[in-house]
Write a protein that binds this ligand. Structure first.
Ligand code: GLA
Length: 412
């Protein structure tokens, strides 16, 4: 006869398998490309053959990801957003891609990605229709999960338009289970908390994190610096709630990177990249990789900032200090290392000099070497007791990686 402990273990394993999202994915924040912010719902391929939502667009981005070094830097998902399907389901209730815009079908598109060492993500909605009015998954959750798995889909973003929001608590976990049950590892991106927040319904953070790999919790990003700042500010105010549930397998998604689009300067782009790294946010670019300028590509491919984002501990950084219009953020990294970001919101035309004592930011006492990530400055030693001064560009950021001197010197 099994001991009580053995029985308890069997029970715990069984219930975890049955109710948790145990797919082993997103051990670090997922990285890739997503069409929405830059290409929206442009379905007019006659007039816009190169920028309409079609298989050509996703294949073109996949080619750039591979040839321009993004895949090798970690960007592996190519994600379709809204407006890919026919306007109605077929006679068997199945979703199908628009045959004019996706003539080869989704399976072929997924194969294309997989052959290139990439992954394919797709979009759907928990409601009767998607936000742009395409068929939603309400009453078809299981059918759609199976369809996505048959096609070879690797990530599913489930939006939450056109539905009674009180159904989400039950419906999103249900979809997580259907995705799991397909046996195909499909990363699950949930918009559920954002809809609850919008309605003032208290969000059950534990539940979201145990059923979703990544989740949106705030409004859509737009192509502006204001939008980036607004999102950062929201994240700053909720890290106490979300921080504890963020970690390998579960990340909060402040929405896409808009670096290389129309609005952000180089300095603002560094700031978005740095802050998404500090937040352990998914790095999903929404831009045109065919025409992006080299200075933006360089930011997106910066190995050190990606390393901060992809740190295996998966800790969500926090805003720890505000000095006038300069915010100071700190993220704990593996091996007793830290990342510290100084974000200057001010548009005053000269860099702001700020002085902090690093020890007061929650960094363990000691001597550290500093790597200044975007400026690529030499390392310099400092003690957490010392005063540390730094110039922070207007509407920009300085991102530092702190290495305990003793360990680093031992290693190199
Ligand atoms: C919502 C989502 C966006 C995008 C659109 C598509 O607004 O938040 O990210 O998916 O729907 O219609």
């Amino acid at each position: 006869m099994k001991s009580l402990i053995q029985q308890a273990i069997v029970f715990v394993c069984f219930t975890t398998l049955a109710y948790g999202l145990q797919n082993g994915l997103a051990r670090t924040p997922p990285m890739g490309w997503l069409s929405w912010e830059r290409f929206r719902c442009n379905t007019d391929c006659d007039n816009h053959p190169d920028s309409c939502i079609s298989e050509n667009l996703y294949m073109a981005m996949a080619d750039r990801l591979v040839e321009d070094g993004y895949r090798d830097a970690g960007y592996e998902y190519v994600n379709i957003d809204d407006c890919w399907s026919n306007k109605t389901r077929d006679e068997n209730g199945n979703l199908n891609p628009d045959s004019k815009r996706f003539p080869s079908g989704m399976k072929a598109l997924a194969d294309y990605m997989h052959k290139k060492g990439l992954k394919l993500g797709i979009y759907g909605d928990f409601g009767s229709k998607t936000c742009a009015g395409y068929p939603g998954s309400l009453n078809y959750l299981e059918k759609d999960a199976n369809r996505f798995a048959e096609w070879g889909i690797d990530m599913f973003k489930m939006d939450g338009c056109n539905v009674d929001i009180s159904l989400m608590k039950k419906g999103y976990p249900e979809m997580g289970q259907y995705l799991n049950a397909t046996g195909r590892p499909i990363l699950f991106s949930c918009s559920w908390p954002d809809y609850e927040r919008g309605k003032g319904i208290p969000v059950d953070y534990q539940s979201v994190a145990s059923h979703c790999n990544i989740w949106r919790n705030f409004v859509d990003i737009q192509d502006s610096w204001d939008s980036v700042l607004k999102i950062i500010d929201y994240q700053a105010n909720i890290t106490d709630q979300w921080g504890p549930v963020v970690g390998p397998g579960n990340f909060s998604d402040p929405d896409m990177l808009i670096i290389g689009d129309y609005s952000l300067s180089v300095s603002q782009s560094q700031a978005q990249m740095a802050m998404w790294a500090i937040l352990a946010a998914p790095l999903l670019m929404s831009n045109d990789l065919r025409t992006i300028s080299p200075e933006f590509r360089e930011i997106l491919l910066n190995k050190e900032v990606i390393q901060v984002n992809q740190d295996p501990l998966g800790i969500m950084g926090k805003r720890v200090l505000q000095i006038g219009k300069v915010q100071v953020w700190m993220k704990t990294l593996q091996s007793y290392e830290y990342a510290v970001a100084f974000l200057n919101e001010d548009d005053y035309g000269m860099p702001k000099n700020v002085t902090v004592q690093m020890g007061s930011l929650g960094i363990a006492t000691g001597i550290y070497d500093v790597q200044d990530i975007f400026i690529n400055k030499d390392f310099m030693d400092f003690s957490t007791d010392d005063k540390f001064s730094i110039l922070v560009p207007p509407e920009g950021c300085r991102l530092l990686h702190l290495y305990p001197s003793e360990l680093r010197h031992g290693r190199f």
